[in-house]
Design a binder for this molecule. Structure first.
Ligand code: NAG
Ligand code: NAG
Ligand code: NAG
Length: 140
């Protein structure tokens, strides 16, 4: 645990890439492209590789979601890994140097969930039609 805290402290002090999405309140679904947004400063590397990790799931192999992403874009859509999106909690995305330096972490997202896409249907709010009567200013 102390080692993890130390690593996180080093990440936040030595590197400026910051993952904004996904995060604890805005996770991903297992359907289609998923959003990644980040901030970068001029001294950061030009590009990074995106790694999906989950340290709470024993045996979860980190998966590369994208390589050589142009850091100046600020956002991208990530396609599912070859086996499809896993689902669950406690995922993190790491922005790492490149596919040969997966342990050189530039930034790490907060923990987030990947939920089955059917659960997004539950969050869809149907439009509710409210009848509105207008009083025209000229009417009595
Ligand atoms: C999580 O991501 C959403 C969508 O980008 C963003 O609006 C929100 O501010 C983020 N929350 C945190 C705590 O960063
Ligand atoms: C990726 O970033 C590195 C370091 O900033 C740079 O040397 C390299 O040319 C970049 N590669 C591409 C394809 O942009
Ligand atoms: C994604 O990045 C592009 C280029 O920087 C920008 O034009 C666009 O508004 C961004 N989209 C979102 C959803 O942030």
């Amino acid at each position: 645990m102390r080692a993890v805290a130390l690593v996180l402290a080093l990440i936040s002090s030595a590197f400026a890439y910051t993952v904004l999405t996904p995060n604890g309140s805005q996770g991903w679904t297992n359907q289609g492209g998923q959003p990644l947004t980040w901030q970068r400063v001029d001294t950061d590397r030009l590009n990074f590789t995106v790694l999906l990790t989950n340290q709470k799931v024993t045996g979860f192999e980190p998966q590369i979601l994208a390589a050589l992403v142009d850091g100046s874009l600020g956002n991208t859509s990530l396609n599912a890994p070859s086996g499809g999106w896993p689902t669950g909690t406690n995922f993190r995305v790491n922005l790492v140097q490149d596919d040969r330096n997966l342990n050189t972490i530039l930034a790490q997202s907060p923990e987030f969930s990947i939920l089955p896409s059917s659960s997004t249907i539950g969050s869809y709010v149907a439009p509710f039609i409210v009848p509105v009567w207008f009083n025209s200013p000229g009417s009595q």
